[in-house]
Each structure stands twice: as structure tokens, then as C-alpha cells.
Ligand binder design. Structure first.
Ligand SMILES: [Ca+2]
Ligand SMILES: [Ca+2]
Ligand SMILES: [Ca+2]
Length: 331
């Protein structure tokens, strides 16, 4: 009995020693101190105009090192932005917001509720902030579908049943107030419909004004599929005019592609131009041109809506088709 007590005391002494000798270890106050809110949740301003590039930030202070989560919820849109961290101080360095969305839809000009919680604790701190101007999305936007389909596109829709190639406003929304819906039943072909955007029709600029660094360029879109369906495929094709004659020659020039198979919830997909592959019937194949990714030579973008002809009705929604530089688009 005495022996084990002695051993226990020694062990405690060793642990204490070790703790004192380890300057990188946690502070005792962080491990054993009482959790208290020292400063309530506050915001840098009651109103924020993101259109001018302003950012908002939130502040609070607690007594011990804590995991925390700030959730900003748009009262009208239901948009949600989540900021998480682990600290005693919440401030401009770890709780800044430029108007981006974590869970779609995007924010509108609206009042937002702000809530600060600490996982594993019951404390909930509340504040609010009003968005008076929307963030400008930094990207070459091919279409945000806010006025339906831009007239720069040319369209082909198969003859079939329940064909839907149209702008839609029914919630759930993604970016803004309108997205684009593609749907239909075509029993004899995978292809339900096709949208084509030529650089000449878009902005009359070679390669949509993209730089030649394919690792810098990202292609983005937000997608979902009707929740009771899984058969829809959205295929993007990117045709390069390598010799600059204004024409795409399939036998000798590169066509890159990516297939999106959307899930039931809106999700941002983003891929580097350098990571696009040549596809044949959905499988990677050797590119037909020089094999070099050359966004500055991009001649046109095609959106093909596909589904197995034996699988019946298919329906997918998309929004915010855009090229961004140096990273995914931040809606
Ligand atoms: Ca939109
Ligand atoms: Ca050519
Ligand atoms: Ca090429």
C-alpha cells in the first residue's frame, strides 16, 4: 500500500517535471482552467458592403484555449458561412469574412444572424450583421444564369419527352437567384442536349482572355442532381485552336474534357486546366494535338448533358460556370 502510494507520488512528480520542462506543451490554465467568456461576440461593423471589397470580422475572448465555430446565416437566403478556429482570442486574424458562402445558396443583401459556439460546451454567443452589398466574384464568368441562358450560347436540344433546358428559380438556389436546369428522356441516345460557347461569341477574345499558364487556370461550376436520380452526367469539352486558323480540327488539335456526376446537394466543382484529360466515352485517351494544355488557345466550351438512354428521365442543375486564376472560384 505504502509502496504504491510512493510510486504514485514519484510518477506525479515526474509528470509535473516533464510538463514544466516542455515549453511547447499546453498551459496548465488551458488544461484545467475554468471556461469563461471574457468578451462577448461582437462584429467590426453593423453593416458591410462586400461590393467594395470590404471585409467584416468578429471578436470575442474566452479564458482557456478552445475550439470554436462561428456560423453566419442569411435570414432571407438561408446562406451559411462557417468559420472555425482554436484559440482564446477571436479577432481579425482568424475570424474575417469577405462575403463568401460555405453552404449554398450565396448571400443576398440581407440581415444575417451570427452565432459563436464552442464544441462540447453549452455556451452560445449571438450577434448580427447586415449585408448591404454583394461580393464581386473574381473570375471570368461564362454564365451565372441570372437572366436565364446568356445569348452568347448556341443550343441543341434532342427531341424527347419532358425536355427541360431552361433557367430555373425554384429553391434550393446556388449562386444568386437563378440557375440552369437540364433534363429529359431520350430513349435512343446518351446526349439529351448541348450548349456551345465560342470565344468569339463570348468576348471576341482569343482563349476567352485566359493566360497561357495552365496550372494557374481553374474551371469551376456549381452542380446538383434531382435527389431521386443518379443517372445524369454533365460533360464539359474544351477545344483548342492550336494553329490559330480559327477552326478546331479534331484529328490534330487537343480537346480536353471533364465529366461531372452531381450529387443531390449543390456543390462547387473546380479543376485546374492543367489537370483536364482527353476523354473518349468517359475514359482517358491520348490527346490528338500537341498534348500541351494551352488555355490561351481555347476556342470553345461545350456542355453536354448525358444519361444512359435506357435509364429513363434525367435532370441536373448547374450555376456559375467560370474560369478563375490561382485557385477555385469563391462564390
Ligand atoms: Ca446564378
Ligand atoms: Ca485550328
Ligand atoms: Ca494543346
Amino acid at each position: 500500500m505504502r509502496k504504491s502510494l510512493l510510486f504514485g507520488l514519484c510518477l506525479l512528480g515526474l509528470l509535473a517535471c516533464k510538463r514544466d520542462l516542455d515549453p511547447a506543451g499546453p498551459l496548465l490554465t488551458d488544461l484545467y482552467g475554468d471556461f469563461r467568456v471574457l468578451e462577448p461576440l461582437s462584429r467590426s461593423a453593423g453593416q458591410i458592403d462586400f461590393s467594395t471589397g470590404q471585409r467584416a470580422h468578429f471578436t470575442a475572448r474566452v479564458s482557456v484555449l478552445s475550439d470554436w465555430e462561428i456560423q453566419i446565416t442569411g435570414r432571407n437566403s438561408g446562406a451559411v458561412k462557417v468559420i472555425t478556429g482554436r484559440s482564446r482570442e477571436i479577432d481579425v486574424t482568424n475570424a474575417s469574412w469577405g462575403g463568401e458562402t460555405t453552404r449554398f445558396p450565396t448571400f443576398q443583401t440581407e440581415a444575417c444572424d451570427v452565432q459563436l459556439t464552442f464544441p462540447g460546451r453549452t455556451d452560445t454567443l449571438r450577434s448580427s450583421i447586415e449585408v448591404t452589398g454583394l461580393r464581386a466574384i473574381d473570375a471570368i464568368i461564362l454564365d451565372d444564369f441570372e437572366t436565364g441562358l446568356s445569348t452568347a450560347w448556341t443550343t441543341f436540344v434532342q427531341t424527347g419527352a419532358d425536355m427541360k433546358f431552361l433557367g430555373a428559380t425554384t429553391p434550393p438556389l446556388a449562386e444568386g437567384l437563378q440557375y440552369y436546369r437540364m433534363g429529359g428522356t431520350v430513349g435512343w441516345d446518351w446526349l439529351k442536349g448541348l450548349l456551345t460557347l465560342n470565344a468569339s461569341a463570348y468576348n471576341s477574345t482569343t482563349g476567352f482572355g485566359l493566360p497561357n499558364n495552365a496550372t494557374q487556370v481553374h474551371f469551376n461550376g456549381i452542380f446538383r442532381q434531382r435527389s431521386d436520380l443518379t443517372n445524369g452526367i454533365v460533360l464539359f469539352q474544351f477545344r483548342e485552336d492550336e494553329n490559330g486558323d480559327g477552326v478546331f480540327t479534331p484529328a490534330t488539335e487537343d480537346m480536353w474534357a471533364i465529366e461531372i456526376r452531381p450529387g443531390a446537394n449543390w456543390k462547387l466543382e473546380s479543376i485546374r486546366y492543367a489537370d483536364l484529360t482527353a476523354l473518349e466515352n468517359g475514359a482517358p485517351t491520348a490527346p490528338k494535338g500537341n498534348g500541351v494544355h494551352e488555355p490561351q488557345k481555347l476556342l470553345r466550351v461545350d456542355v453536354l448533358f448525358l444519361a444512359n438512354p435506357t435509364s429513363g428521365y434525367s435532370e441536373c442543375d448547374m450555376d456559375l460556370l467560370a474560369f478563375s486564376l490561382n485557385g477555385p472560384v469563391q462564390p
